[in-house]
Design a protein around this ligand. Sequence first.
Ligand code: GDP
Length: 426
Amino acid sequence: MNTAVVGINWGDEGKGRMVDLIARDYEVVVRYQGGGNAGHSVVNEHGSFALHLLPSGIFRRGVINVLGNGVALDPENLCKEIDVLKEKGIDITSKDLKISERASLLLPWHKDLDELEEKRLNDKKYGSTKQGIAPFYSDKYQKKTLLCGQLKDIDSFRKHLGEIMEWKNLVLKGVYGAKGYTMEDLEEWIDKYCMRILPYICDTTKLLQECARQDKKILFEAQLGALRDIDFGIYPYTTSSNTLAAYAPIGSGAPFVKIDEVIGVVKAYSTCVGEGPFVTEMSGEEAKILREQGSEYGAKTGRPRRVGAFDIPATAYGVKVQGATNIALTKMDILSYMDKIPVCVGYLLEEKKIDGFPFPSLLEKCRPELIYLKGWKTDIRDIREYEDLPKEAKEYIEFIEERIGCHIGYISVGPSRDDIIMRENI
Ligand code: GDP
């Protein structure tokens, strides 16, 4: 049984906590796209963590964690993260973590270019996390970066890196008027970070092939959500990789693996970080209260998240493109303060109701059709059985379930690993 845990909306749905929870039932956890721009929050017996690159199965001893070829492998970010975990008593050995030799390296100038371009765009910026992700993926597809496995032949790695640096300096200096790189800068980066990740680099395709042959269970962990997918999201306010479950076997290095279950993670209300259209966005006092109640500040950047009503058209679309077979509805506890809970049941385009989720450029012109469901106004954080939830909470869940067309198998009522209601058997 292979499972993917993916985001259904704009990201920050709570994928990290779901992976941390169910990883106990899997032998391997693989991150297949994105990079150090992720902020997967995990709260467990070791403490509170915001994982950026490391798969969220890293806390489970005996689980092999893989960073697949689809990931933007930033050695600096990864080393810093390994150090943070070490400080909290979690030592990551080459048995716990495997990096695909085919993962491309995020190079030092990718972050500079991200920053420089956002600055140039000024008020038209995309809201990048400035972790170099867009410049990285552009260069990957231009074949202007290096594969992790090339570090095994360091002399030829240096030579190839020097050639790319010369080309990139033309852009840094010529286009942006910025400072270029020297080979000395890069030597420092190689020594400080690349050499440290060397022991983790291997042929992960071979490893996953062997795992598949032995019927070991593989868990795929996505970053961000369906609406940020480069091909199916709200382009250009997307990320630069495929966040969909369908990409998991490719980005993991296991194109031969079949995914049996897709757990789509959905927040009980909407949040969105960065720029771009957000149809159900709340404003004023209503938004402020929900943001405070839900502690909606980015795990990577600390930026306040935009908040809004649960969005049925966007979520139903996310469920469809993710091919979700089961839903984890997170942060239900946050809604406990509301007398009545807004839900967007459709979009109006020029005052006419439209079917489903529209083409990205039309989103700016859409308005939400809102209805209000009755709140439950009671603390649900200690509830562990579905039947013990207040009637109004069950009505909220079942209304969403019916409208998005997918079973809700998990409901989380707090940030810790065990703050969860399993509803599989209903
Ligand atoms: P991810 O990137 O999808 O893993 O999500 P994030 O970690 O960016 O954002 C989810 C946030 O919600 C984190 O701060 C979690 O600790 C928190 N969280 C997740 N589930 C729950 C829940 O059921 N209740 C509460 N109160 N917080 C939750």
